[in-house]
Design a protein around this ligand. Structure first.
Ligand SMILES: [Zn+2]
Length: 415
């Protein structure tokens, strides 16, 4: 038998695998004294260290917790500029939607993206991707949405694809042309919606740049009918669909996501029981975004209510320059525990196996033979430490497709 490329051994291995409907504790039962071996970028062995194959490189984890590389199911990683001044104004009491209506908010970032060179856009996006990865993330969903022309939306999607091509992160992309109506199309809203539903989707599909299509369905953004037009068109072209739903108002977006068989409905501060029931029946994941509800000082969604209605939950950073300037996915999971009431075990699955389902990525977020060779080693033997701490040090070891991409000197845990 040929040697594996890499084996991480002497770890407490938390596979996050097994059936989706198994209790969280069962999906997080550790393999004590375990090992994971990777060949050709894929996991080849998961089990007791004594049974592991020989490997060209062996790393002793010293009894630390080993998880699948984390999955961020909702990011706007590709953007230019920042909105520090706007944050100061909002923290002083100005309203987010009023600032947006006056040309700030998303429109400010759209101007910055259109002015940025391709290289500047990529360099900023790559810096955020590396920062995300330093905390253990190996797969991210990345949206467009700050271009709002066919030309600029495709630039953003190409930027996201380039992260993957250059080996920074595994990326799945969503076309979010319906993030806002661009300033120059304010008088032609219907025409813009039609352009997104036709030429923008067609161009993204023709170039293979989008895995999914997303719409910001909310008060101050797009209506349910507009979202149905765009997402229906995307689905007909073979794209997966998802939507930003109920961040400010319940416009029936959860029900629409269920009707369309969406991968996820994201935000959900405002959603009815009927909407949650429809999502549960259709297998639509709820993606919770603590960075946004914190910044907007909103009442968070209630995990107990979602649990009772059978909705499966993931957590994302929502990394964006307006409402969630964060690249710390474990911190978001820690906030989801405190604010929304996820259990610590649910929160771990919400940034691994459940996040991969929400992102529509089949072979990540779990440690099983044949899955991507992506690993995140913690500085602790208890994986719940990840959501116990409010922010923490870089992951001691991150492996992407069998390559060690982050490595720190092993130190005692902080807590
Ligand atoms: Zn978002």
């Amino acid at each position: 038998m040929t040697a594996a490329d890499l084996c991480v051994t002497n770890a407490r291995v938390f596979t996050c695998a097994g059936p989706d409907d198994a209790p969280p504790a069962a999906r997080l039962a550790p393999i004590e004294g375990g090992a994971v071996a990777i060949s050709d970028g894929r996991i080849r062995f998961v089990g007791p260290a004594a049974d592991a194959p020989a490997a060209a490189r062996v790393i002793d984890a010293g009894g630390r917790a080993l998880l699948p590389g984390l999955v961020d199911p909702h990011t706007h990683l590709a953007f230019a500029g920042q909105r520090v001044d706007e944050m100061a104004r909002r923290m002083a009491g100005e309203d987010y939607r009023a600032i947006a209506a006056a040309g700030g908010g998303i429109k400010a970032t759209v101007r910055a993206v259109r002015e940025a060179s391709d290289e500047a856009l990529f360099e900023g996006t790559a810096a955020r991707a590396r920062a995300l990865r330093a905390r253990g993330v190996t797969t991210a969903e990345v949206k467009s949405g700050y271009g709002l022309t066919v030309h600029d939306e495709l630039r953003l999607l190409r930027t996201a694809r380039r992260l993957d091509a250059e080996g920074l992160l595994h990326v799945t992309t969503s076309l979010l042309g319906a993030h806002a109506v661009p300033a120059e199309r304010q008088g032609d809203r219907a025409g813009y919606v039609e352009e997104v539903a036709t030429s923008m989707i067609d161009a993204a599909v023709a170039e293979g740049l989008a895995d999914a299509c997303d719409v910001y369905l909310d008060d101050g953004a797009f209506t349910r009918d507009e979202a149905a037009r765009i997402l229906g068109a995307a689905k007909a072209k073979g794209l997966a669909v998802r939507a930003h739903v109920g961040q400010f108002a319940d416009l029936g977006g959860a029900e629409l996501a269920a009707e369309l068989g969406a991968l996820s409905a994201d935000h959900l501060e405002e959603v009815s029981d009927a909407g949650l029931r429809a999502m549960a029946a259709a297998g639509v994941r709820a993606v919770l975004l603590p960075g946004a509800w914190r910044t907007l000082r909103q009442t968070p969604p209630d995990a107990a209510r979602m649990r009772a209605l059978g909705v499966r939950v993931a957590v994302g950073t929502d990394c964006n320059p307006g409402t969630s300037p964060s690249v710390d996915l474990p911190l978001m999971a820690a906030l989801a525990v405190r604010d929304a009431g996820l259990t610590m075990e649910e929160a771990l699955l919400a940034i691994t196996a459940e996040a991969a389902r929400a992102a529509g990525v089949r072979d990540a977020g779990r440690l099983e033979v044949g899955a991507r060779g992506d690993l995140a080693l913690l500085d602790h033997d208890d994986p719940r430490s990840l959501t116990y701490a409010l922010g923490g040090p870089p992951a001691p070891l991150v492996v992407l497709a069998g390559r060690v991409v982050e490595q720190q000197a092993f130190a005692p845990p902080l807590w």
